[in-house]
Design a protein around this ligand. Structure first.
Ligand code: UT7
Length: 333
């Protein structure tokens, strides 16, 4: 019997309409377009303005887009995994809310938090379900309403993040020329104090004091995070190339997490890839955490060809980081 592998067979997305530009940010905090463009590479980010709506709203919209594009029958979906650091609420899971709102009633569903590496962790995980034969139609949702955990009085973080959601369909295949070929994923809590949300969890529940101290927003020591991100993301990508005997000529695309253009460039350099093979859209959306990589796949979908070698690489809070090697599954219609 041929071996079963997991392959991406469709990509949907949702981007809120509102564009928060560098110009608008510079009226809110002491910053400017020149600093943001040269130090990070972002021009604008999308912000969800719909009152009372969170990650699940965007996740459902991304699933609707996926259904429109693929003709997927939601009754056949048997697994929904939602990667997010901004769940609608701690309980119930955002996956449960998404299933209900999208009309998915025959699936196992749960959330996972791999921070900015969430999509890589999620794809690796759902591939295990598929390879075991237990799941056949899987939606991997990455839904991040970063604007709710961003402190718009802190210039060192508020310029970085944006809101977005994606929904990726993953299915079994017996075709050896496509699918998830290799995973190289890591976690090391050494970074847990350099990028975190201090309050609102079980260690430090919400109180008037925590709210006054802005402790429900992202806290980041950017320089420390940068130091690790720039080496570890590149190391993980280089390692996966080496063990799969891939040269830069073999690789069609690097699909990097979009946190900082300088981190992306360092990874591409380490892989000896020229810029034409690197998906970059940080300028338009900023850092949408686990949604950045699938958002690139969504935007570049028409240029991808069946069998293309892609290296996906990320680095995020925890620290979490790593790289996946996939062979793209289809030619776009
Ligand atoms: O996706 C999850 C993982 N996260 C990351 O990968 C992020 C990694 N870190 C970074 O990308 C960068 O460290 C940042 C973009 C966050 C910051 O860039 P940096 O080049 O490391 O700047 P810095 O923090 O060292 O700050 C340099 C200067 C400081 O001023 P002084 O102390 O030199 O006078 C900051 O106060 O830039 C100042 N600064 C700003 N100036 C204008 C910091 N933020 C801003 C700002 N506008 N928004």
């Amino acid at each position: 019997m041929a071996k079963i592998n997991a392959v991406i067979t469709g990509v949907g997305a949702f981007l809120p309409e509102y564009r928060l530009t560098n110009e608008e940010l510079s009226t809110m905090v002491d910053t400017n377009d020149e600093w943001i463009m040269t130090r990070v590479g972002i021009k604008e980010r999308r912000i969800l303005k719909e009152e009372g709506e969170g990650a699940s709203y965007m996740g459902v919209k991304a699933i609707e887009d996926l259904v429109r594009k693929t003709g997927l029958n939601l009754d056949e979906v048997d697994l929904v995994v939602c990667t997010t650091v901004t769940p609608d609420a701690p309980v119930p899971s955002t996956a449960a809310i998404i299933c209900d709102r999208a009309g998915i009633h025959n699936a196992l569903g749960f959330d996972m938090n791999g921070a900015c590496s969430g999509f890589l962790y999620g794809l690796d995980l759902v591939a295990q379900y598929i390879r075991s034969g237990s799941k056949k139609k899987v939606i991997l949702v990455s839904a991040e309403k970063m604007s709710t955990i961003t402190d718009y009085t802190d210039r060192t973080t508020c310029v970085l993040f944006g809101d977005a959601a994606t929904a990726v369909l993953v299915e079994p295949t017996e075709d050896e020329g496509v699918g998830l070929m290799d995973s190289n994923l890591y976690t090391d809590g050494i970074g847990r104090n350099w990028l975190k949300i201090i309050a609102g969890g079980s260690a430090k529940p919400a109180s008037h004091e925590t709210i006054d101290a802005h402790e429900h927003y992202i806290y980041q020591e950017g320089k420390q995070v940068f130091k690790y991100a720039v080496t570890r993301m590149a190391d993980a990508a280089a390692e996966i190339m080496e063990r799969n005997k891939l040269t830069s000529d073999d690789i069609a695309w690097l699909v990097p997490h979009q946190a900082n253009l300088r981190i992306i460039s360092a990874t591409a350099e380490r892989m000896e890839l020229n810029k034409e093979k690197v998906m970059i859209n940080i300028e338009k959306y900023g850092n949408t955490t686990s949604a950045t990589i699938p958002l690139c796949l969504y935007e570049w979908e028409k240029q991808l060809k069946k069998g293309d070698n892609l290296v996906l690489a990320a680095f995020g809070a925890g620290f979490t980081w790593g790289a996946l090697y996939i062979k793209w599954g289809y030619n776009s219609k």
